[in-house]
Structure formats: C-alpha cells, structure tokens
Design a protein around this ligand. Structure first.
Ligand SMILES: [Zn+2]
Length: 259
C-alpha cells in the first residue's frame, strides 16, 4: 500500500527535475514556450473562443447571418436557445471560455489527467473574463466536486483548481466542501443527453452542516466542460434545494453541438 505513496512522490521529484532541466513546452502543440503553463501562439490561434451572440441562459453560441452580426456584437444576446425556451434551466446563466473541440479537448485532458495543473495560471484570466457579468453579485464560488474515490485516483480536482484561482483573483469566498458527490457515477462518455441526466440524478448533496454558507447566497459554480449541462443542473438543484438564492455557471469549454 505504502509503495504507491512513495511512487507518487518519486514521480513528483522526477517531474520537477525534468522541468528544471528541460524547457517548458505547450501541452497542445509541444512547442517550447516562455514559462510553464503557457500555450504556444499556434495553440491560442486554434482555440475557438465563444463570443456574442449566445443564448442568454445556457451560453450556447448562435450561428448568425452576417447582417445581424454588427447589430448583436455588443454584449450578450437577449435571446434564448430552443432547449432553454422549452425546458428552462435551474441555473440563471452559464458562460464558457471556448468551444470544446479537438484542440481544447487535448488541452483539458492534459489539465485533467496529465498533471498539467500549472495551466490554471493560463485559464484563470480567461474564466474571469467569461464570468465577468456574474461576479459582481457573487457571494461564493463552488467547484463541481469529484467523488472521493475518483479524487484519490486523480489526486486533484481540476474544477476546484479553476474555482480556487477565480476566487483568489476576485476575493470572493471559495467553498470546495459545501457540495458533495455522494454517488460515484460512471463516466458520462458517449451517453445520450437523457442517459447523462439519469446518470447524475441525485449524485450531489449539500453537506447539511455547511448549508448556512450558501443559504440566501448567489453562487458561481465552476467546472471544466459544459457538455449537456446534466451535471451542472444537478449541482444547481442541490444548491437551490439547500437555500441558495441563485446559481450561475462558468466553464472553460462548452460542447456546441450537443446530442
Ligand atoms: Zn440556452
């Protein structure tokens, strides 16, 4: 049992040693960059950043015809997308930095599973910008939690790293232990939207003795990817049921063609 701990320490030392000797590289393109956690110019250029117009609730970017572009470019759209019109979301609004595609998938996988936690430095200002309109009135920043078994396996929760960085940039309170994942759900993988909702149903609760930290509060919920929104909706339900006043969502990436 103990050898795992030492193996993990050894891995950390080797990683630190390699970092000290070899120049830092972009986790997407592999090109040499100025400092650890930076992206190369090529990688920046291949990310698709989400800008207006988008659904004012879920943040889904709208495809618009050219003549409407000038009219709508100044600020978020007042329109709702079809799914938000037919089935309103429990959160007030969701915003994301970039589209989840081949490039951002590599980037997020490196951040999530590849120990590239120093990418937080690159992501924090992007999240700050995407969440701009919701931070003024926010009381608490909360990450989507991992189940403890997965946390042991991965050693860190990527959503918590993002949430903590956003909290330290804004001075808003960071509460990583209020919301808890009580069911270890199978990976969402290629599940359909309906299966994803079923998969995470009642998977999250607010820790009862911490509910006074969110009662009546406006919350910013943070995750790495918005896929169908199932996980974020489930977390929002739990927070609202425990007395939160409002929940807003910010993620790094967003799946644009949801199934
Ligand atoms: Zn929408």
């Amino acid at each position: 049992m103990y050898y795992k701990k030492y193996l993990s320490k050894l891995k950390g030392w080797v990683f630190a040693l390699i970092n000290g000797v070899l120049p830092p590289r972009c986790p997407v393109s592999g090109r040499i960059v100025d400092r650890v956690g930076s992206l190369s110019a090529e990688s920046w250029g291949s990310l698709t950043f989400i800008g207006s117009p988008f659904c004012k609730c879920c943040g889904m970017p709208f495809q618009i015809v050219e003549e409407d572009a000038d009219r709508q470019k100044d600020g978020p759209s007042n329109q709702l997308c079809g799914p938000c019109l037919s089935s309103p979301k429990p959160f007030t609004r969701a915003r994301s930095v970039f589209v989840y595609d081949d490039v951002s998938r590599d980037l997020i996988l490196a951040f999530k599973h590849g120990d590239h936690t120093h990418l937080t430095v690159t992501f924090a200002p992007l999240l700050l910008k995407a969440a701009d309109e919701m931070l003024d009135r926010a009381d608490v920043i909360i990450p989507v939690p991992l189940h403890w078994t997965r946390l042991v396996k991965r050693r860190y929760n990527q959503a918590a790293l993002l949430a903590r960085a956003l909290a330290s940039k804004t001075g808003i309170g960071f509460q990583p232990y209020v919301l808890k994942r009580v069911r270890s759900t199978p990976p969402q993988g290629h599940k359909s939207a309906r299966d994803r909702h079923e998969n995470v149903r009642k998977a999250f609760v607010v820790v009862p003795e911490k509910s006074d930290m969110i009662a009546g509060k406006t919350i910013v919920l943070v995750d790495d990817v918005y896929t169908t929104g199932a996980t974020l909706e489930e977390c929002t339900h739990a927070l609202l049921a425990a007395g939160a006043k409002q929940v807003d969502v910010v993620t790094l990436a967003r799946v644009v063609k949801s199934h």
